[in-house]
Structures are given as C-alpha cells and as structure tokens.
Design a protein around this ligand. Structure first.
Ligand code: HEC
Length: 108
C-alpha cells in the first residue's frame, strides 16, 4: 500500500515536470513569428552582426533562459523597442519551434 502511494506520487510529479517543460503559454506564436522576422532577423542572418539565428538554434530551455535571464545582454538596446507582450510572443514562437520541439523551424 505504501509503495503504491509512493509510486502514484512519483508518477504525478514526473508528469507535471514533463508537461511544464513542454507547455509554455505566454504569448501568440503567430505574432511571434512575424515579429521574429521583422525585429530579429535584421541582425540575425548569415553575415550580419548578430550571427545566424533561428528557433532551432536553441532548445526550449535555452530560449526560456535567454528571455528570462540574459535578456539580450550583449546588446540590450536591440530589444528596447519591443514591449513585454511582443517579447512574450517571440518567446512563444521560438520555444514552440526550438531544437527539441515537435516542429523545429528555421524561420527561413
Ligand atoms: C541591432 C541588431 C540586433 C537585433 C535587432 C537583435 N539582435 Fe540578437 N544579437 C545581436 C548581437 C550583436 C549579438 C551578440 C552576438 C555575439 O555575441 O557574437 C546578439 C546575440 C543574440 C543571442 C545570443 C546568441 C547566442 O549564440 O547565444 C540571441 C539568442 C539573440 N541575439 C536573440 C535575438 C532575438 C530573439 C532578437 C529579436 C527579438 C534579436 N536577437 C534582435 C544583435 C541583434
């Protein structure tokens, strides 16, 4: 009996962990794609100053960390024209199409 309860608890904890890693709902991914093309690709294509970058360049966890902690630390002014809502839309898009997502995207 005790073991069953432990197992059930373990299963619940594991499934919560898995869903939270996959599910992120902070913005609108369609708007995010549009904004990524408009506001990121100007500096993030081959040969441009930021270097080539696409949703599949990073994992979901890396994107989340970048948007939550780094916040474009190497060139903060590049993000200063974007609202918190717009940045959430972009995060939603790159997260949904990251390297370890079901649909990695180059945003070609
Ligand atoms: C004005 C130009 C510019 C714009 C616009 C810009 N970036 Fe950057 N970005 C840079 C530069 C410069 C770096 C630093 C590159 C380096 O260190 O070699 C950088 C670095 C980064 C990095 C780190 C690269 C790495 O290898 O980890 C990420 C991620 C990134 N930018 C994402 C974005 C996103 C997302 C947007 C749009 C919301 C954006 N950038 C808009 C210029 C820009």
């Amino acid at each position: 009996m005790k073991t069953t309860a432990k197992l059930i608890t373990l299963l619940i904890v594991l499934s919560l962990g898995v869903t939270s890693a996959w599910a992120l709902e902070v913005g609108n991914p369609k708007k995010g794609k549009f904004l990524f093309k408009k506001s990121c690709k100007s500096c993030h294509v081959d040969g441009a100053e930021g270097g080539k970058l696409a949703p599949l360049t990073k994992t979901q966890a890396q994107w989340q960390r970048f948007f939550e902690r780094d916040k474009h630390g190497k060139k903060p002014e590049a993000w200063s024209g974007l609202s918190a809502e717009e940045l959430n839309d972009i995060l939603q898009y790159v997260h949904d199409h990251a390297a370890d997502s079901p649909q990695p995207d180059t945003c070609g």
